[in-house]
Design a protein around this ligand. Structure first.
Ligand SMILES: C[S@@+](CC[C@H](N)C(=O)[O-])C[C@H]1O[C@@H](n2cnc3c(N)ncnc32)[C@H](O)[C@@H]1O
Length: 342
Protein backbone atom coordinates (compact mmCIF):
# COMPACT_ATOMS: atom_id res chain seq x y z
CA UNK A 1 0.00 0.00 0.00
CA UNK A 2 1.27 3.47 -0.85
CA UNK A 3 1.63 5.78 2.13
CA UNK A 4 -1.07 8.45 1.56
CA UNK A 5 1.54 11.10 2.45
CA UNK A 6 3.95 9.89 -0.26
CA UNK A 7 3.26 10.97 -3.83
CA UNK A 8 3.15 8.07 -6.31
CA UNK A 9 6.34 7.58 -8.36
CA UNK A 10 6.29 9.04 -11.90
CA UNK A 11 6.78 5.69 -13.67
CA UNK A 12 3.21 5.60 -14.94
CA UNK A 13 3.63 9.01 -16.56
CA UNK A 14 6.82 7.78 -18.27
CA UNK A 15 4.91 4.74 -19.55
CA UNK A 16 2.15 6.96 -20.94
CA UNK A 17 4.61 9.40 -22.52
CA UNK A 18 6.55 6.64 -24.26
CA UNK A 19 3.49 4.78 -25.57
CA UNK A 20 4.24 6.10 -29.05
CA UNK A 21 7.75 4.58 -28.91
CA UNK A 22 6.20 1.14 -28.41
CA UNK A 23 3.59 1.71 -31.11
CA UNK A 24 6.22 2.85 -33.63
CA UNK A 25 8.57 -0.06 -32.82
CA UNK A 26 5.70 -2.50 -33.46
CA UNK A 27 4.63 -0.68 -36.64
CA UNK A 28 8.14 -0.64 -38.15
CA UNK A 29 8.77 -4.30 -37.26
CA UNK A 30 5.39 -5.17 -38.82
CA UNK A 31 6.10 -3.13 -41.97
CA UNK A 32 9.46 -4.95 -42.32
CA UNK A 33 7.56 -8.22 -41.73
CA UNK A 34 10.12 -9.32 -39.14
CA UNK A 35 7.63 -11.60 -37.41
CA UNK A 36 7.03 -13.53 -40.65
CA UNK A 37 10.82 -13.84 -41.11
CA UNK A 38 11.23 -15.21 -37.59
CA UNK A 39 8.28 -17.57 -37.99
CA UNK A 40 10.02 -19.13 -41.00
CA UNK A 41 13.46 -19.06 -39.33
CA UNK A 42 13.26 -18.90 -35.51
CA UNK A 43 16.57 -17.79 -33.99
CA UNK A 44 17.78 -16.22 -37.27
CA UNK A 45 21.03 -14.42 -36.25
CA UNK A 46 20.65 -10.64 -35.91
CA UNK A 47 23.34 -10.06 -38.57
CA UNK A 48 21.28 -12.10 -41.04
CA UNK A 49 18.09 -10.20 -40.22
CA UNK A 50 20.03 -6.99 -40.90
CA UNK A 51 21.49 -8.32 -44.17
CA UNK A 52 18.06 -9.48 -45.43
CA UNK A 53 16.65 -5.99 -44.95
CA UNK A 54 19.75 -4.14 -46.13
CA UNK A 55 20.14 -2.30 -42.81
CA UNK A 56 22.98 -2.00 -40.31
CA UNK A 57 23.22 -4.47 -37.45
CA UNK A 58 22.76 -1.75 -34.83
CA UNK A 59 19.15 -0.76 -35.74
CA UNK A 60 18.27 -4.41 -36.38
CA UNK A 61 19.42 -5.36 -32.89
CA UNK A 62 17.71 -2.39 -31.25
CA UNK A 63 14.41 -3.07 -33.00
CA UNK A 64 14.50 -6.77 -32.13
CA UNK A 65 15.40 -5.99 -28.51
CA UNK A 66 12.49 -3.53 -28.32
CA UNK A 67 10.11 -6.19 -29.66
CA UNK A 68 11.46 -8.61 -27.05
CA UNK A 69 10.88 -5.93 -24.40
CA UNK A 70 7.29 -5.74 -25.66
CA UNK A 71 7.02 -9.52 -25.06
CA UNK A 72 6.54 -10.20 -28.77
CA UNK A 73 9.89 -11.99 -29.19
CA UNK A 74 12.04 -14.23 -27.00
CA UNK A 75 15.76 -14.97 -27.30
CA UNK A 76 16.61 -18.09 -29.26
CA UNK A 77 20.16 -19.06 -30.26
CA UNK A 78 21.97 -16.09 -31.79
CA UNK A 79 18.71 -14.33 -32.51
CA UNK A 80 15.04 -14.16 -31.56
CA UNK A 81 11.82 -16.16 -32.02
CA UNK A 82 8.15 -15.17 -31.96
CA UNK A 83 6.05 -15.50 -28.82
CA UNK A 84 2.69 -17.29 -29.32
CA UNK A 85 1.00 -13.87 -29.54
CA UNK A 86 3.30 -12.71 -32.34
CA UNK A 87 3.00 -16.07 -34.08
CA UNK A 88 -0.82 -15.84 -34.06
CA UNK A 89 -1.37 -12.19 -34.98
CA UNK A 90 1.77 -10.83 -36.65
CA UNK A 91 2.69 -13.46 -39.23
CA UNK A 92 1.38 -12.51 -42.66
CA UNK A 93 -1.18 -14.92 -44.09
CA UNK A 94 -2.38 -16.25 -40.72
CA UNK A 95 -6.20 -16.22 -40.35
CA UNK A 96 -6.11 -13.70 -37.47
CA UNK A 97 -3.34 -11.51 -38.95
CA UNK A 98 -3.54 -8.11 -37.19
CA UNK A 99 -0.73 -6.39 -39.11
CA UNK A 100 -3.05 -4.62 -41.59
CA UNK A 101 -4.72 -2.86 -38.68
CA UNK A 102 -1.40 -1.90 -37.05
CA UNK A 103 -0.18 -0.36 -40.31
CA UNK A 104 -3.45 1.50 -40.85
CA UNK A 105 -3.30 2.95 -37.32
CA UNK A 106 0.33 3.90 -37.90
CA UNK A 107 -0.64 5.87 -41.03
CA UNK A 108 -3.10 7.85 -38.94
CA UNK A 109 -0.39 9.13 -36.61
CA UNK A 110 -0.01 11.94 -39.17
CA UNK A 111 -3.27 13.36 -37.80
CA UNK A 112 -2.45 12.51 -34.18
CA UNK A 113 0.80 14.53 -34.49
CA UNK A 114 -1.49 17.51 -35.06
CA UNK A 115 -3.80 16.73 -32.12
CA UNK A 116 -3.20 20.25 -30.75
CA UNK A 117 -4.83 21.67 -33.91
CA UNK A 118 -7.75 19.22 -33.68
CA UNK A 119 -8.32 20.20 -30.04
CA UNK A 120 -7.93 23.94 -30.67
CA UNK A 121 -10.11 24.00 -33.79
CA UNK A 122 -12.59 21.14 -33.14
CA UNK A 123 -11.70 19.81 -36.62
CA UNK A 124 -10.31 16.55 -37.97
CA UNK A 125 -6.60 16.64 -38.84
CA UNK A 126 -6.36 13.33 -40.71
CA UNK A 127 -8.07 14.77 -43.80
CA UNK A 128 -8.73 18.27 -45.08
CA UNK A 129 -12.37 19.02 -44.14
CA UNK A 130 -12.46 21.90 -46.65
CA UNK A 131 -11.69 19.45 -49.48
CA UNK A 132 -13.94 16.51 -48.57
CA UNK A 133 -16.81 15.48 -46.36
CA UNK A 134 -15.23 12.50 -44.63
CA UNK A 135 -12.21 10.22 -44.58
CA UNK A 136 -14.08 7.56 -46.61
CA UNK A 137 -12.70 8.72 -49.93
CA UNK A 138 -12.48 6.72 -53.12
CA UNK A 139 -9.70 8.98 -54.42
CA UNK A 140 -7.35 8.22 -51.50
CA UNK A 141 -5.42 5.28 -53.00
CA UNK A 142 -3.45 4.47 -49.84
CA UNK A 143 -6.62 4.48 -47.72
CA UNK A 144 -8.39 2.32 -50.28
CA UNK A 145 -5.53 -0.15 -50.23
CA UNK A 146 -5.35 -0.50 -46.45
CA UNK A 147 -8.41 0.78 -44.56
CA UNK A 148 -11.01 -1.90 -45.32
CA UNK A 149 -8.52 -4.77 -44.94
CA UNK A 150 -7.54 -3.28 -41.59
CA UNK A 151 -11.19 -2.90 -40.54
CA UNK A 152 -11.64 -6.60 -41.24
CA UNK A 153 -8.76 -7.48 -38.89
CA UNK A 154 -10.31 -5.30 -36.18
CA UNK A 155 -13.93 -6.32 -36.69
CA UNK A 156 -13.70 -10.10 -37.11
CA UNK A 157 -12.94 -10.66 -33.38
CA UNK A 158 -15.63 -8.10 -32.44
CA UNK A 159 -18.16 -9.96 -34.60
CA UNK A 160 -17.29 -13.29 -33.01
CA UNK A 161 -17.63 -11.77 -29.51
CA UNK A 162 -20.97 -10.12 -30.40
CA UNK A 163 -22.26 -13.36 -31.93
CA UNK A 164 -21.47 -15.21 -28.69
CA UNK A 165 -22.89 -12.53 -26.34
CA UNK A 166 -26.12 -11.76 -28.21
CA UNK A 167 -28.42 -14.56 -29.43
CA UNK A 168 -29.14 -13.79 -33.08
CA UNK A 169 -30.55 -17.27 -33.74
CA UNK A 170 -33.98 -15.77 -34.49
CA UNK A 171 -32.70 -13.32 -37.13
CA UNK A 172 -33.10 -14.36 -40.77
CA UNK A 173 -31.97 -11.29 -42.74
CA UNK A 174 -29.47 -8.79 -41.37
CA UNK A 175 -28.81 -5.39 -42.95
CA UNK A 176 -25.24 -4.31 -42.10
CA UNK A 177 -25.31 -0.54 -42.58
CA UNK A 178 -21.80 0.64 -43.53
CA UNK A 179 -20.76 -3.00 -43.39
CA UNK A 180 -17.33 -2.28 -44.97
CA UNK A 181 -15.23 -5.43 -45.29
CA UNK A 182 -18.18 -7.67 -44.24
CA UNK A 183 -16.39 -9.00 -41.16
CA UNK A 184 -19.61 -9.10 -39.12
CA UNK A 185 -21.59 -10.68 -41.95
CA UNK A 186 -19.03 -13.41 -42.59
CA UNK A 187 -18.51 -14.23 -38.90
CA UNK A 188 -22.21 -14.10 -37.99
CA UNK A 189 -23.23 -16.21 -41.01
CA UNK A 190 -20.62 -18.77 -39.96
CA UNK A 191 -22.08 -18.86 -36.45
CA UNK A 192 -25.76 -18.76 -37.46
CA UNK A 193 -26.36 -21.15 -40.40
CA UNK A 194 -29.87 -19.78 -41.16
CA UNK A 195 -28.74 -16.15 -41.34
CA UNK A 196 -28.42 -14.15 -44.57
CA UNK A 197 -26.87 -10.69 -44.62
CA UNK A 198 -26.69 -7.59 -46.80
CA UNK A 199 -23.71 -5.24 -46.69
CA UNK A 200 -24.77 -1.68 -47.46
CA UNK A 201 -21.74 0.48 -48.22
CA UNK A 202 -20.41 2.95 -50.78
CA UNK A 203 -20.19 1.44 -54.29
CA UNK A 204 -16.37 1.36 -54.40
CA UNK A 205 -16.26 -0.35 -50.97
CA UNK A 206 -18.74 -3.02 -52.11
CA UNK A 207 -16.37 -3.79 -54.98
CA UNK A 208 -13.45 -4.19 -52.53
CA UNK A 209 -15.57 -6.44 -50.32
CA UNK A 210 -16.96 -8.71 -53.04
CA UNK A 211 -13.72 -10.70 -53.28
CA UNK A 212 -13.57 -11.27 -49.52
CA UNK A 213 -17.15 -12.58 -49.40
CA UNK A 214 -16.40 -14.92 -52.31
CA UNK A 215 -13.18 -16.13 -50.65
CA UNK A 216 -15.22 -16.91 -47.53
CA UNK A 217 -17.53 -19.07 -49.68
CA UNK A 218 -20.54 -16.99 -48.63
CA UNK A 219 -21.51 -15.23 -51.87
CA UNK A 220 -24.88 -17.03 -51.76
CA UNK A 221 -25.69 -15.68 -48.25
CA UNK A 222 -23.97 -12.27 -48.07
CA UNK A 223 -25.33 -9.76 -50.60
CA UNK A 224 -23.75 -6.40 -51.44
CA UNK A 225 -25.97 -3.33 -51.70
CA UNK A 226 -24.10 -0.31 -53.05
CA UNK A 227 -25.61 2.82 -51.53
CA UNK A 228 -25.15 5.91 -49.40
CA UNK A 229 -26.79 5.93 -45.97
CA UNK A 230 -26.40 9.71 -45.73
CA UNK A 231 -27.90 10.63 -49.13
CA UNK A 232 -30.30 7.79 -49.97
CA UNK A 233 -33.82 8.61 -48.79
CA UNK A 234 -34.39 5.02 -47.60
CA UNK A 235 -32.35 1.96 -46.66
CA UNK A 236 -33.00 -1.40 -48.38
CA UNK A 237 -36.11 -3.14 -46.97
CA UNK A 238 -36.72 -6.85 -46.34
CA UNK A 239 -34.52 -7.32 -43.26
CA UNK A 240 -35.54 -8.21 -39.71
CA UNK A 241 -32.40 -6.79 -38.07
CA UNK A 242 -30.07 -3.86 -38.67
CA UNK A 243 -26.46 -3.68 -37.53
CA UNK A 244 -24.41 -0.51 -37.14
CA UNK A 245 -20.83 -1.39 -36.26
CA UNK A 246 -18.41 1.48 -35.80
CA UNK A 247 -20.70 3.73 -37.83
CA UNK A 248 -22.18 6.04 -35.20
CA UNK A 249 -18.77 7.07 -33.87
CA UNK A 250 -17.91 8.61 -37.26
CA UNK A 251 -20.70 11.19 -37.18
CA UNK A 252 -22.23 13.96 -35.07
CA UNK A 253 -25.50 13.62 -33.17
CA UNK A 254 -27.92 15.08 -35.81
CA UNK A 255 -26.44 12.78 -38.49
CA UNK A 256 -26.70 9.76 -36.21
CA UNK A 257 -30.29 10.54 -35.29
CA UNK A 258 -31.11 10.76 -39.01
CA UNK A 259 -29.41 7.37 -39.71
CA UNK A 260 -31.36 5.79 -36.83
CA UNK A 261 -34.66 7.15 -38.21
CA UNK A 262 -33.83 5.54 -41.59
CA UNK A 263 -33.02 2.24 -39.84
CA UNK A 264 -36.36 2.42 -38.01
CA UNK A 265 -38.23 3.05 -41.26
CA UNK A 266 -36.49 0.10 -42.97
CA UNK A 267 -37.40 -2.45 -40.26
CA UNK A 268 -40.72 -4.25 -39.74
CA UNK A 269 -42.41 -3.99 -36.30
CA UNK A 270 -40.46 -6.20 -33.88
CA UNK A 271 -37.27 -5.71 -35.94
CA UNK A 272 -33.99 -5.56 -34.05
CA UNK A 273 -31.32 -2.85 -34.14
CA UNK A 274 -27.77 -3.50 -32.88
CA UNK A 275 -25.19 -0.74 -32.37
CA UNK A 276 -21.77 -2.30 -31.80
CA UNK A 277 -19.05 0.07 -30.60
CA UNK A 278 -16.34 0.77 -28.02
CA UNK A 279 -18.71 2.34 -25.50
CA UNK A 280 -17.69 5.25 -23.29
CA UNK A 281 -19.15 4.91 -19.76
CA UNK A 282 -22.25 6.95 -18.98
CA UNK A 283 -20.12 8.80 -16.37
CA UNK A 284 -17.63 9.68 -19.16
CA UNK A 285 -14.62 8.64 -17.09
CA UNK A 286 -13.40 5.78 -19.29
CA UNK A 287 -12.71 2.98 -20.05
CA UNK A 288 -9.36 3.93 -21.55
CA UNK A 289 -9.68 2.32 -25.03
CA UNK A 290 -13.14 3.78 -25.83
CA UNK A 291 -11.98 7.15 -24.45
CA UNK A 292 -8.88 7.16 -26.66
CA UNK A 293 -10.86 5.88 -29.65
CA UNK A 294 -13.14 8.85 -29.10
CA UNK A 295 -10.13 11.18 -29.35
CA UNK A 296 -9.08 9.26 -32.46
CA UNK A 297 -12.50 10.19 -33.88
CA UNK A 298 -11.75 13.86 -33.18
CA UNK A 299 -8.61 13.48 -35.30
CA UNK A 300 -10.26 11.43 -38.07
CA UNK A 301 -13.97 12.33 -38.25
CA UNK A 302 -16.75 14.63 -37.02
CA UNK A 303 -17.81 12.02 -34.48
CA UNK A 304 -16.88 10.63 -31.10
CA UNK A 305 -17.47 7.46 -29.10
CA UNK A 306 -20.82 7.79 -27.37
CA UNK A 307 -22.30 6.28 -24.21
CA UNK A 308 -25.07 3.66 -23.84
CA UNK A 309 -27.21 6.44 -22.35
CA UNK A 310 -26.80 8.64 -25.43
CA UNK A 311 -27.59 5.79 -27.83
CA UNK A 312 -30.57 4.78 -25.67
CA UNK A 313 -32.04 8.28 -25.87
CA UNK A 314 -31.62 8.54 -29.66
CA UNK A 315 -33.08 5.04 -30.17
CA UNK A 316 -36.09 5.85 -28.02
CA UNK A 317 -36.63 9.16 -29.85
CA UNK A 318 -36.44 7.29 -33.18
CA UNK A 319 -39.26 4.94 -32.07
CA UNK A 320 -37.37 1.94 -30.69
CA UNK A 321 -38.16 0.30 -27.34
CA UNK A 322 -36.65 -2.37 -25.05
CA UNK A 323 -33.22 -0.72 -25.16
CA UNK A 324 -30.49 -2.74 -23.44
CA UNK A 325 -26.72 -3.00 -23.48
CA UNK A 326 -24.94 -6.30 -24.07
CA UNK A 327 -21.31 -6.41 -22.93
CA UNK A 328 -18.42 -8.37 -24.45
CA UNK A 329 -14.73 -7.91 -24.96
CA UNK A 330 -12.94 -7.35 -28.27
CA UNK A 331 -10.38 -4.84 -29.56
CA UNK A 332 -12.90 -3.04 -31.83
CA UNK A 333 -16.02 -3.15 -29.64
CA UNK A 334 -16.80 -3.83 -26.00
CA UNK A 335 -20.57 -3.85 -26.18
CA UNK A 336 -23.70 -3.41 -28.21
CA UNK A 337 -26.74 -1.27 -27.55
CA UNK A 338 -29.74 -3.27 -28.74
CA UNK A 339 -33.38 -2.22 -29.22
CA UNK A 340 -36.58 -3.33 -30.93
CA UNK A 341 -38.87 -1.44 -33.31
CA UNK A 342 -42.15 -0.89 -31.47
C1 LIG B 1 -15.39 2.47 -39.49
S1 LIG B 1 -15.96 1.64 -40.91
C2 LIG B 1 -16.91 0.30 -40.20
C3 LIG B 1 -17.03 -0.87 -41.12
C4 LIG B 1 -17.81 -2.08 -40.55
N1 LIG B 1 -19.12 -1.71 -40.09
C5 LIG B 1 -17.02 -2.74 -39.45
O1 LIG B 1 -17.34 -2.53 -38.27
O2 LIG B 1 -16.06 -3.45 -39.76
C6 LIG B 1 -17.22 2.73 -41.51
C7 LIG B 1 -17.86 2.23 -42.78
O3 LIG B 1 -18.89 3.15 -43.19
C8 LIG B 1 -18.84 3.26 -44.60
N2 LIG B 1 -19.47 4.53 -45.01
C9 LIG B 1 -19.04 5.78 -44.73
N3 LIG B 1 -19.90 6.69 -45.23
C10 LIG B 1 -20.88 5.98 -45.85
C11 LIG B 1 -22.07 6.36 -46.54
N4 LIG B 1 -22.39 7.64 -46.70
N5 LIG B 1 -22.87 5.38 -47.03
C12 LIG B 1 -22.53 4.05 -46.88
N6 LIG B 1 -21.43 3.65 -46.21
C13 LIG B 1 -20.62 4.59 -45.70
C14 LIG B 1 -17.36 3.23 -44.90
O4 LIG B 1 -17.09 2.95 -46.25
C15 LIG B 1 -16.88 2.15 -43.94
O5 LIG B 1 -16.95 0.87 -44.53
Amino acid sequence: MTDPGTPPPPHRLMDIATGLWAAKALAVATRMDLFSDLSAAPGLPVAEVAARHGIAERPAELLLTACAGLDLLVREGEGYANTPEAETYLVRGRPDYFGDLLLSLDRRYAGWMRLDEAVAGNVPTNFDPRAKESMFDEQDAALKKTFWASMYALSAPSARALGAALDLGGVRRLLDVGGGGAAYDIELCRRYPRLRATVLDLPFVCELTRERVEEAGLADRVALAPGDFLRDAALPAGHDAVLLSQIMHNWDEPTNRSILRKCHAALPPGGLIVISELLVDDAKDGPLLPALMSLNMLVSTWGRNYTPGEYGQWLTDAGFTDVRTVRFSAPGADGAVVAVKA
